[in-house]
Design a protein around this ligand. Structure first.
Ligand SMILES: C[S@@+](CC[C@H](N)C(=O)[O-])C[C@H]1O[C@@H](n2cnc3c(N)ncnc32)[C@H](O)[C@@H]1O
Length: 281
């Protein structure tokens, strides 16, 4: 599977990454060690820091959007004012897993599978699921992000794939889906530490996560495939996420781990969030 992403180095509270031909130097609080390859950092086309505000140095070098392929999904990237560029590559192994699991289970169950992606951002996981032939529902409160995800769908020639694009608040949407009796076979949710719904509804992971998970389990089909929960919030370790899922299932397999930014062999892996999943079997 083609992959144009690579972690080149990390350290001194920063990460150096290659996205296609473009090398970026951005903050990363957990990189508390010393860089392994200090000489590489001068290759950065642009760097971002939060010292005295939010600043790109060399933004001219990344003024135009560019495309990369990560874990088999083409993504449009663009330097935003907040230092994000439109992809979180630590989730790429999960995209691969979602695509393979849904393809395998589609064959095994002999029916269409319905995949729901909540807090879906620029759509990497949605598009990986769509590549498996799943019917997808992609939800984010930000219209700009949903538009961006649709552009990514077109880049992957998936503009006519069965994907519902929804701009809404997660909790409001799930309550409506419960009432409408819409059900999903596989659900991914990546709740932010702090976020805003479509109409400015406050989302705080510590206050809203349990309600979100209750609703997620209400919209799960009678013969589901998985629930996958990821988080970048400090304290939400792999075991914390796994224990949250265990509340809802007496049988099945539970797996959990860290999300990692990775590079060539020998480059230190850089942890960036955690995941846990329940797999029905
Ligand atoms: C950290 S990003 C998710 C990253 C994404 N899952 C990925 O791996 O590429 C959080 C997303 O949640 C969305 N969001 C925040 N609060 C929300 C809410 N209450 N309802 C729906 N989406 C929300 C934001 O617009 C943002 O796109």
């Amino acid at each position: 599977m083609n992959d144009q992403y690579e972690l080149l180095d990390s350290g001194n509270g920063k990460k150096l990454e290659r996205y296609g031909d473009i090398i970026l130097d951005r903050p990363c609080a957990q990189a508390v060690w010393a860089p392994q390859a200090p000489e590489l950092w001068q290759k950065a086309a642009a760097s971002f820091d939060r010292v005295g505000g939010l600043n790109w140095d060399g933004r001219n070098n990344v003024s135009k959007p560019w495309n990369v392929e990560i874990a088999g999904v083409k993504m449009k990237l663009c330097a935003t004012d907040f230092g994000h560029i439109g992809v979180f590559p630590e989730t790429r192994e999960l995209w691969r897993w979602i695509r393979e699991k849904l393809a395998e289970q589609k064959t095994e169950k002999g029916r269409e599978l319905k995949f729901l992606n909540l807090f879906a951002y620029s759509g990497g996981a949605t598009l990986a699921a769509a590549q498996s032939g799943a019917h997808c529902c992609h939800l984010d409160a930000s219209k700009g992000m949903v538009d961006w995800a649709r552009e990514n769908a077109a880049l992957n020639k998936l503009e006519n794939a069965p994907i519902r694009w929804i701009v809404d608040d997660v909790i409001k949407f799930l309550r409506r889906e419960v009432k409408r009796e819409t059900r999903y076979d596989a659900i991914l949710l990546d709740p932010p530490s702090f976020g805003r719904g479509k109409k400015g509804e406050l989302y705080k992971i510590e206050d809203q996560l349990m309600t979100t998970l209750d609703l997620v389990h209400e919209v799960l089909s009678d013969d589901p495939v998985f629930v996958l929960l990821t988080s970048h919030t400090p304290g939400f370790s792999p075991i914390v996420l796994k224990n949250l899922l265990r509340q809802y299932h007496e049988t099945g397999t539970f797996e959990c781990g860290e999300m990692l930014l990775t590079g060539k062999p020998g480059v230190n892996d850089l942890p960036n969030g955690n995941w846990a999943r329940w797999i029905n079997n």
